[in-house]
Design a protein around this ligand. Structure first.
Ligand code: ES4
Ligand code: ZN
Length: 315
């Protein structure tokens, strides 16, 4: 197993159908079906929005601190098996607030599970839902400030097109002033202009996805010269039909261009696998060799926000 860091993982996207059914029963939440096979059959998508619709529809089963603890513990156990030594975990507080769960319960469950994970280095990144707009993001950020020491950065996710990074200039300025790291989803369904904006307007240190940056040669040069990390999620891109099939993926071209790309699972319960499954698919379906896979793993440690002495140990 190749040791790696996982830098693009939505904890809500690790909700396997079995856990969904267990939490629904525990909390008295009604599901359309409790048949695992039927639930899994619904995990099929035509685009990002069709995935997000199901992802948000499932999340009301998360109600208590214990639910967040159990979800996160299950991910960390599976990630350790996948060779993950370092995980920087996204969470979507706005979803849970909308579902009536207080931030205290979300943070307590997540950070409780991180504290109990002995074999894996972890931190949290708070994501704003871009389709809820900038005012909601700022309000969420202020509400999260009492928990400032529980997360190391902010991100931007959910429906991309029509919600460009530049709308979020102010909340990213507030996050920078707090000394937080900044990342953003860009260039998944949105074009290269979204990647430019994330860099120039939000000042992000990493781009999540970024595969459509390959359509803009000037942007590729910028990403290479500044060695901006790109957290690519191959199985996610296939599941959401951002690419036709894995054999068509631009990841090998990104490596050839000298970009700092790494491999991640995004929403593994929904997209057909964890980070080890992504690595295996890159080998079997894209023909990446040991050296290329090792480069991807090494890049992930370069790209992570852990202290330098920890990074040196992993590499
Ligand atoms: C997401 Cl794949 C993806 N893209 C954008 N937002 C997300 N939230 C969870 N998964
Ligand atoms: Zn994502």
């Amino acid at each position: 197993m190749l040791p790696t860091a996982e830098l693009h993982i939505h904890i809500e996207g690790t909700l396997e159908p079995e856990m969904l059914v267990r939490l629904a029963a525990r909390n008295g939440v009604k599901l359309p079906t409790t048949d695992i096979d039927e639930l899994r059959a619904r995990y099929r998508f035509t685009d990002l929005q069709s995935f997000l619709d199901l992802y948000y529809a499932n999340l009301p089963v998360l109600r208590t601190e214990q639910d967040f603890y159990d979800l996160t513990s299950a991910y960390l156990a599976r990630a350790a098996q996948a060779g993950v030594r370092r995980a920087e975990i996204f969470f979507d507080p706005q979803t849970h607030l909308r579902n009536g769960v207080p931030l205290e319960a979300v943070f307590a469950g997540l950070s409780g599970a991180l504290d109990d994970a002995r074999d894996i280095s972890t931190d949290l990144i708070l994501c704003f839902l871009r389709d809820l707009g900038a005012d909601a993001a700022e309000e969420t950020f202020r509400a999260a400030l009492p928990f400032r020491d529980r997360f190391i950065g902010v991100g931007l996710d959910s429906a991309e097109v029509g919600h460009p990074p530049s709308l979020f200039r102010e909340v990213y300025r507030m996050a920078a002033a707090e000394g937080l790291h900044r990342v953003a989803h860009a260039g998944e369904e949105g074009g290269p202009d979204y990647v430019w904006e994330a860099l120039d307007v939000l000042g992000v240190e990493r781009i999540d996805h970024g595969i459509r940056a390959m359509e803009d040669a000037k942007l590729v040069r910028r990403l290479r010269e500044e060695q901006v990390p790109l957290t690519v999620c191959p199985l996610s891109n296939v599941a959401l039909r951002v690419v036709g099939e894995l054999a068509d993926h631009v990841l090998p071209a990104m490596l050839d261009e000298g970009l700092l790309v790494c491999v991640n699972s995004d929403d593994p319960a929904y997209f057909g696998g964890y980070v080890d499954d992504n690595f295996a698919a890159l080998r079997s379906e894209l023909g990446l060799d040991d050296q290329q896979l090792a480069t991807l793993a090494r890049n992930s440690f370069d790209a992570c926000f852990a202290p330098a002495e920890q990074k040196a140990r992993w590499k």
